[in-house]
Ligand binder design. Structure first.
Ligand code: NAD
Length: 468
C-alpha cells in the first residue's frame, strides 16, 4: 500500500493497489484525519441512542435487510476482494456468503433474553440483571477478510444496540467503503460509519469510543490494548498465529498432506489460522515429507480471478520479500522462489532442518511458507507445538480418538481442529486463542454479545410499607 498518512494534520490519501497488477490503483481517497475521526465517533454516539431506543424489532429488521443487500451484491463484492486484496475467487465468494450468514445469525439476537430475575437475599421485592449496549464500538480491522471480519464485529455490536465506527486496513479501503454503502441503505444515519485511514485514525478512534474490537498483527494489537486499557474502556484483540499441524503415525499421509497444504498455501498463507509448522510424530515423517512436498508443488501461485486458484499473490512486495528472506538460509523441499510476472506472487514453500531460534519458529511470516519438524512421540510434539509466543489453533491428523482427546490435552491453543485444515472456523462458536494471539473476551457466536454490552443490576422493592 502506498499513501499511508504520514501525520495527523496532513491531508493525506489512502491508496490501495491490486496485488496481481500493482499498477492498478483500486482505491485513492482522502484519509479521515484525527479530528474527523473524533467527530464521527461523536455523531455515532448520538445515533446510538435512537438506534437502541428504536427497539429489538427495528434492529432485527435492519440487519435482515442488510443481509439481503449484501447477498444481492455478492458477485460484485467477491470480484472487488479479488482485485483489492488478491483473495482467490472461490474464497472471496465463500467470504461474502459467510458475511450474509453472519448478518442473518445476528439479526435474530436482538430478541434474546438480556438478563435474569433473582430472589433477594432478604426481604421482599426482586432483583434483575439486564445487559445494555456500551455506546459506540470502534472496530479496527485487517485487510485479509475485508467483509467477514468487519461484519462479525459490527453485527453483534449493532444487534445489541450500539453504533459502530469502522477503521478498515488501508489495503482494503474499497471493500470497506462498498460494504458501508450497502449497510447504510438499511441502517439509520450515523449507526455504521467507515473512516478510511491508517495508524493515526486507528489511534484517534481508540481515544474516542466506548469499546474497541481489534483484529490485526500482535505488535499493533498490543499497542491498541495498552491505549484502550489506559482509558479504562473494554478492549478485545485478535492477533497473529504460528499454528502447528500435528501428524500422528496412523494418519493417512495423502489425506493429511492435502489438508495441510491447503492450510499453508490457501490465500497465500495470509490467514491468522494458516499452518506455519508441521510436526510429524515418529514414523509419520517419511511418508508425510514426500506427500506434503508433492502437494505443495502441485499448487501454483496463480491469478486469483481464476476459479481454480488456491494460492494468489501476497498483499505487497514487502510481504513477498519477507517470505523469500525467511526461506533464504534453510533447506527447502518446495518453493522459495518468486513467481514470474508483475504481481506479488511467490510459490508455496516448505522448509526442513530449520535450526532452533530461526525466525520461522518464532515469528508469524504471514505467507505461503511452513517448516517440517519431527517429534519422537506425542508428548514431544505437544511441547514443540506450545513452544511459541502464539496460541491460536492446532490441527491434528489421526484416527486415534484416544490420542486426540487425551494425549493432546496439553495443547495450549484456543482452538483444535481434528482431521481438517487449521484454517476455516464456524462463525456461531467462540473464536480466539491464548498468549500473544488474543486479548479479552472471545469474538463470534453469542459470546460476542457479552463484549458489546455491560450488565446492570436492579433491586426492585415496593414503594409503600406493606405487611407482605
Ligand atoms: P496490522 O496490525 O498491520 O493492521 C491492522 C489494523 O490496525 C489496520 O486497520 C491498521 O491500519 C490499524 N493500525 C495500524 N497501526 C495502528 C495504531 N497505532 N493504532 C490503531 N490502529 C492501527 O495488520 P494487517 O497487516 O492489516 O493484518 C494482518 C495481521 O492480522 C496478521 O498478523 C494476522 O495474523 C492478523 N489477523 C488475525 C486474525 C485473528 O482473528 N486472530 C484474523 C485476521 C488477521
Amino acid at each position: 500500500m502506498t499513501g499511508t498518512p504520514t501525520g495527523p494534520q496532513l491531508a493525506t490519501r489512502v491508496v490501495s493497489r491490486n496485488p496481481s497488477d500493482p499498477g492498478d490503483v483500486v482505491a485513492d481517497v482522502a484519509s479521515t484525519g484525527i479530528w474527523r475521526t473524533v467527530e464521527a465517533a461523536d455523531r455515532a454516539r448520538d445515533a446510538h441512542r435512537a438506534w437502541y431506543a428504536g427497539g429489538a424489532a427495528a434492529r432485527s429488521a435492519a440487519l435482515t435487510s442488510a443481509a439481503h443487500a449484501v447477498e444481492q451484491a455478492a458477485a460484485e463484492l467477491a470480484d472487488l476482494a479479488v482485485r483489492e486484496v488478491g483473495k482467490p475467487l472461490s474464497e472471496a465468494r465463500a467470504e461474502v456468503a459467510r458475511t450474509v450468514a453472519i448478518l442473518r445469525y445476528y439479526s435474530q439476537l436482538p430478541y434474546d433474553a438480556t438478563g435474569s430475575v433473582h430472589e433477594p437475599a432478604g426481604g421482599t421485592g426482586f432483583l434483575l440483571t439486564r445487559r445494555r449496549p456500551r455506546g459506540v464500538a470502534g472496530l479496527i480491522t485487517p485487510w485479509n477478510f475485508p467483509y467477514a471480519i468487519p461484519v462479525w464485529k459490527a453485527a453483534p455490536a449493532l444487534a445489541a444496540g450500539n453504533s459502530v465506527v469502522l477503521k478498515p486496513a488501508p489495503e482494503a479501503t474499497a471493500c470497506a467503503l462498498r460494504l458501508a454503502e450497502l449497510l447504510q441503505q438499511t441502517l439509520p444515519d450515523g449507526v455504521f460509519t467507515v473512516i478510511p485511514g491508517g495508524a493515526p485514525e486507528g489511534n484517534a478512534l481508540v481515544s474516542a469510543v466506548d469499546a474497541v474490537s481489534f483484529t490485526g498483527s500482535t505488535v499493533t494489537g498490543s499497542a491498541v490494548v495498552r491505549t484502550a486499557t489506559a482509558r479504562g474502556i473494554p478492549v478485545q484483540a485478535e492477533m497473529g498465529g504460528l499454528n502447528a499441524a500435528l501428524v500422528l503415525p496412523d494418519a493417512d499421509p495423502a489425506r493429511a498432506a492435502a489438508d495441510i497444504a491447503a492450510a499453508i498455501a490457501g490465500y497465500a498463507g495470509q490467514k491468522c489460522t494458516a499452518t506455519s509448522r508441521v510436526v510429524a510424530v515418529g514414523p509419520a515423517l517419511g511418508p508425510l515429507r514426500d506427500a506434503l512436498a508433492d502437494a505443495l508443488r502441485a499448487i501454483p501461485a496463480a491469478d486469483p480471478a481464476q476459479p481454480a486458484t488456491v494460492c494468489g499473490p501476497l498483499i505487497s512486495e514487502q510481504a513477498r520479500r519477507k517470505v523469500l528472506d525467511a526461506a533464504c538460509d534453510v533447506p527447502l523441499l518446495a518453493g522459495g522462489k518468486p513467481a514470474e510476472g508483475p504481481g506479488w506472487y511467490t510459490a508455496p514453500t516448505l522448509a526442513e532442518q530449520v535450526p532452533s531460534g530461526h525466525q520461522l519458529l518464532r515469528e508469524e511470516v504471514f505467507g505461503p511458507i511452513a517448516v517440517l519438524l519431527h517429534a519422537a512421540d506425542l508428548d514431544q510434539a505437544v511441547r514443540m507445538t506450545n513452544a511459541v509466543p502464539y496460541g491460536l489453533v492446532t490441527s491434528v491428523h489421526t484416527g486415534d480418538l484416544d490420542a486426540a482427546l487425551h494425549g493432546l490435552d496439553g495443547l495450549d491453543t484456543g482452538m483444535v481442529r481434528l482431521n481438517a485444515p487449521s484454517t476455516g472456523v464456524d462463525f456461531h462458536l467462540p473464536f480466539g486463542g491464548t498468549k500473544s494471539s488474543s486479548h479479552g473476551p472471545r469474538e463470534q457466536g453469542r459470546s460476542a454479545l457479552d463484549f458489546y454490552t455491560s450488565s446492570r443490576t436492579y433491586s426492585l422493592h415496593r414503594a409503600t410499607m406493606s405487611a407482605t
